[in-house]
Every structure is written in C-alpha cells, then in structure tokens.
Ligand binder design. Structure first.
Ligand SMILES: C[S@@+](CC[C@H](N)C(=O)[O-])C[C@H]1O[C@@H](n2cnc3c(N)ncnc32)[C@H](O)[C@@H]1O
Ligand SMILES: O=C(c1ccccc1)c1ccc(O)c(O)c1[N+](=O)[O-]
Ligand SMILES: [Mg+2]
Length: 214
C-alpha cells in the first residue's frame, strides 16, 4: 500500500537524524522538504523567527494550534525552559501518529502534550483538563479560517493575559485576512509583521506577532 507524505517525512527523520537531537530532526525535515517533497512545516526561514520569539518570551505555557508532523513542536519544545509545557492540538489522527514519533525521536516528549482533537472543542477545556490558567505564547498554524474564531474563543475562555503573545503563521500566504484585520485594528492588541517567505519557496509570506494588552 502507498505511504503518505508524513510517513515518508518520518522515514527521513529516522534515517538521517540522531535520536535525542532536536536540531538534527529539524535539519532532516528541512532537507527532506527542500530535496524530496514540499510539506507545510513552518520551515527553516520562518522557523528562525519562531525560535527568536520563543527565546524572547521564554514561556512557561505554550499552545500550538496545528501539529502536523511535529516540526514546529520540536523547534519550540527544544527552546523551552525546564518545567515549561507545550500543548499542541492536531485533529487528523494520521498526522498525530507521525508527530508523536517525530517528537519522541527528538527526545522532547517530556515537554509536549499532543492532544488529538479540534481546537474549537479543546480550547474551552484547557483549564479543567490541563490546569492551564493562561498561555504565555500561542502559535497559530492550523487552517487559516480558524485563526480568528479561535482567538476570540481564547479571549472568551480567559486563556490570554496582559502580555500573552500570539504568533501567527501564513498571514500572507495562504493568508488570514480577517485575523490580520482584527489584531491590527483592535485596541486590545499591539501587532508586528515579520516579513519572510512561504516555507521552502521564494513566495512572500510572514508571521504576525500580536501582544494581548488585556
Ligand atoms: C500547517 S499544518 C501545521 C504545521 C506545524 N505547525 C509545523 O510548522 O510543523 C496545519 C495542521 O493543523 C491541523 N488542523 C487544522 N485545523 C485544525 C483544528 N481546528 N484543530 C486541530 N488541528 C487542526 C491540520 O490537520 C494540519 O495538520
Ligand atoms: O493551507 C495550506 C496549504 C494549502 C494548499 C496546499 C498545501 C497547503 C498551508 C500552506 C502553508 C502553511 O504554512 C500552512 O500552515 C498551511 N496550512 O494548511 O495550514
Ligand atoms: Mg503554516
């Protein structure tokens, strides 16, 4: 039977990366995506911007919306301080199976809680299920029409505090126009655009970093 792209990506990690070495896992995926098959990881160029925001925020609690194969999960988790927690949501079970193995290969499973399910269902349950009061950092990288409704849902559920950072991928390509308009025009956010490129291409894309002002 035919393998899937995530399964082939996992094979490249198991073949080319060193167990317990997150950087080698990230490098193996980027090499696979540049040389073999494009895949929708945040990628190396935008990944460096993600890395710098994670290091600057030094978060104790992180929420990632959209795990896919776990590439950005590994990038974030490998830069978290001790005892910090990253909760990542993925509603495609086939992707979740691969992501768990990529996260394990990188050796960052102790910092990561991968939840299989839809953001709309799980955001309201964060506090009761995981004891999370607020998130210091949220990485939005799931289907683009969900960025705005899920941001409003996080506000309503009290999951954002004064200073919480939202970092959104793909605000140009594929684009998230309603979300961008919201965070850029709302008095409750201070937003900043980081110009970059769509992963593994020359097409313009970028990340939007928005601070929740409370
Ligand atoms: C672009 S991929 C994530 C890439 C990943 N953040 C990275 O950079 O390696 C988007 C993922 O979000 C998942 N997804 C989309 N909408 C979702 C939702 N509402 N809840 C949970 N997962 C969702 C998709 O199944 C897909 O795996
Ligand atoms: O939507 C796509 C997409 C659309 C069409 C074909 C392939 C991917 C996409 C492209 C780049 C991304 O960084 C990304 O996060 C996504 N996504 O699915 O969430
Ligand atoms: Mg993306």
């Amino acid at each position: 039977t035919q393998s899937t792209r995530p399964q082939r990506l996992l094979g490249a990690v198991q073949k080319n990366a060193t167990r317990g070495d997150p950087r080698s896992v990230v490098q193996a995926i980027d090499q696979f995506c540049r040389q073999k098959e494009w895949a929708m990881n945040v990628g190396d160029e935008k990944g460096c911007i993600l890395d710098s925001v994670v290091s600057e925020v030094n978060p104790a609690t992180v929420l990632e919306l959209g795990t896919y194969c776990g590439y950005s999960t590994v990038r974030i988790a490998s830069r978290l301080p001790p005892h910090a927690k990253l909760i990542t949501l993925e509603f495609n079970p086939d992707f979740a199976v691969v992501a768990r193995q990529v996260i394990a290969w990188a050796g960052v499973e102790d910092k990561v809680h991968l939840v299989e399910g839809a953001s709309g269902d799980w955001i309201p349950k964060m506090t009761e299920q995981f004891g999370v009061k607020t998130f210091d950092l949220v990485f939005l990288d799931h289907w683009k029409d969900r960025y705005l409704p899920d941001t409003k849902l996080m506000e309503e559920c009290g999951l954002l505090r004064k200073g919480s950072i939202l970092l959104a991928d793909n605000v140009i390509c594929p684009g998230t126009p309603d979300y961008l308009e919201y965070v850029r025009s709302s008095a409750r956010y201070e937003s900043q655009y980081f110009k970059s490129h769509l992963e593994y291409t020359k097409v313009e894309d970028g990340l939007e970093k928005s601070v929740f002002l409370g």
